[in-house]
Ligand binder design. Structure first.
Ligand SMILES: Cc1cc2nc3c(=O)[nH]c(=O)nc-3n(C[C@H](O)[C@H](O)[C@H](O)COP(=O)(O)OP(=O)(O)OC[C@H]3O[C@@H](n4cnc5c(N)ncnc54)[C@H](O)[C@@H]3O)c2cc1C
Length: 481
């Protein structure tokens, strides 16, 4: 069974006794809560996309490990073409969901871990890669949803791991003959509550003396000692209290659901441990994961989100009779420009991807282009939100509830006064859709997902060959060394 349907994924989730808390209450079945349910629905949709023949090449791939078709979400890319399809999968999922593909971070931690464990086995004589590949075969065979546990809670940012509360970075607290015991917490975990497994990798570039924090391993959903504390905000409350989801901005798939994932003495058997104490390689794993994730989460994924914002804005411009105005066309073109740059840089990062490390068979994107994609997204997404809010008008934040339309007193008034070229109902529906994008969680979410701006700036500066550029300038200017 190398490919599951959305229903089969949900059947698997129904067998898990979830240890999830939201708004102070415990949830054992994610279907029972309107917010946690969106994670199941969105993830199920990703599984179902894999069943649609027109998306087969994007969503699925022949696995060299199994010799059969598997989901691309659990396949480490082996060529630039593979990377390109990985990028297209990110774009497609964003366009179809309007929220996270909750298998995305897991896919990118799989890329980083495949590449780094290969190198560790070659250079250190460990068997981490063999273990990882065995685990990956099991994941592929059963088509499991994997989330990616990278970001530690960190505590005060000016302290190294262990300098403050030692549990602020996930660490090994005990090594046993048959495995390790983990403690700590990962933060902002996209869709981890609805994943079958989480691939945990270091969230910090460790240095000598920080060996307990250099840990990578796989854990099962809600296994003993793991607690998930879901995010909760005004949009969560709105979904909880509304009696008709169709009046929400993203009715079925909701906002991007994350959680605090706490590890309280979690035992991980050796066969699921892929790094334990190798501080130099923890750094390498974090960098290779980031290289992959900036192309996807930072680039194509947000290009897909921008497609939805641009589409919604164009519709409202037409409804409002603005679409022919040159200034409005210019603003929408600005939005398209930002979208195309993020998409273009991400696809170029895939095309320029290279095998890493040599002879491993695993391929990672070009770092500079991936960072450029994410940087453009960091800055540009706010621009896109700005123009969408500008064109749709103040109604994006001042709109009455669509439920007024059902009230015999206020309904006719709202219909009369909010109608434009189309009915008030259609205008309000699309305005609510845009509210979800421009007056919700997506600005900050997009900025920080795959790392805040400064991270990419540091990487771009560090990796740029300034000497080569200086030489070119000198040569043409006629300057001698
Ligand atoms: C919607 C969303 C989904 C996410 N999904 C996942 C996921 O699935 N898995 C996962 O592991 N993570 C996930 N993340 C985490 C994401 O990678 C982090 O939010 C991001 O890396 C920033 O970390 P932070 O939130 O702790 O902010 P911080 O790192 O605290 O950053 C805040 C500011 O402080 C600056 N800063 C931080 N440290 C220093 C320092 N030492 N010196 C100077 N400046 C500093 C930063 O540059 C930034 O300007 C997600 C985040 C979001 C918002």
């Amino acid at each position: 069974m190398a490919l599951r349907t959305g229903d089969q994924y949900k059947e698997g989730q129904a067998k898990i006794k979830h240890n999830v808390y939201i708004n102070g209450k415990k949830i054992e079945n994610l279907e029972d809560n309107p917010n946690t349910k969106t994670v199941l629905d969105a993830t199920a949709k990703v599984f179902d996309l894999g069943m649609e023949p027109q998306y087969n090449e994007i969503m699925n791939v022949a696995s060299p490990l199994l010799g059969e078709k598997v989901s691309r979400n659990v396949h480490p890319s082996r060529s630039p073409k593979d990377l390109e399809m990985r990028a297209e999968m990110g774009l497609l999922c964003s366009q179809k969901l309007g929220t996270c593909n909750y298998r995305c971070v897991g896919c990118d931690t799989i890329h980083g871990t495949a590449s780094v464990t290969y190198e560790m086995d070659q250079k250190l004589g460990t068997d981490y890669h063999k273990r990882f590949i065995e685990w990956l075969k099991y994941i592929q065979k059963n088509d499991l949803a994997v989330s990616g546990g990278v970001m530690d809670v960190k505590g005060p940012r000016d302290l190294r791991p262990g300098e403050g509360d030692p549990d602020h970075y996930v660490r090994v607290v005990e090594k046993r003959s048959d495995g390790v015991v983990l403690r700590g917490a990962k933060m902002h975990q996209s869709g981890a509550i609805g994943a079958d497994e989480t691939l945990v990798i270091p969230g910090v570039a460790t240095i000598k003396g920080e060996e307990p924090y250099a840990v990578a391993c796989a854990v099962k959903n809600s296994q003993k000692g793991i607690t998930y504390i879901s995010q909760y905000n005004a949009m969560s409350a709105e979904r909880e209290f509304i009696d008709d989801n169709s009046k929400l901005g993203n009715p079925q798939y909701g906002q991007r659901e994350t959680c605090l994932m706490v590890f309280d003495n979690v035992f991980v058997p050796n066969e699921r441990v892929f790094m334990c104490g190798e501080t130099d390689y923890a750094h390498m794993l974090l960098l290779r994961f980031a290289k992959q994730h900036r192309m996807t989460c930072g680039g194509v994924c947000k290009a897909g989100f921008m497609d939805l914002i641009i589409g919604g804005t164009q519709i409202l411009a037409e409804y409002l009779g603005l679409d022919k105005a040159p200034i409005i066309r210019q603003q929408i073109t600005e939005m398209v420009k930002v979208r195309e740059i993020s998409y273009g840089c991400a696809i170029a990062a895939a095309y320029k991807g290279e095998e890493e490390p040599k002879d491993s068979g695993f391929c990672l994107p070009n770092d500079a282009l991936g960072n450029a994609a994410k940087l453009n997204t960091c800055d540009g997404f706010w621009e896109v939100m700005k123009w969408a809010g500008d064109i749709a008008g103040g109604l994006v934040v001042t709109m009455p509830s669509e439920k007024e339309l059902e009230n015999p007193v206020t309904g006719p008034l709202v219909e009369k006064y909010l109608k434009v070229r189309v009915s008030a109902k259609d205008r309000m529906r699309m305005t609510k859709f845009l509210q979800n994008w421009v007056a919700g969680l997506h600005g900050v979410g997009t900025w920080h997902g795959a790392g805040p701006r400064q991270n990419q700036m540091i990487m771009l500066y560090r990796d740029t060959d300034f000497e080569a550029k200086k030489q070119m300038a000198k040569e043409l200017a006629g300057l001698k060394d």
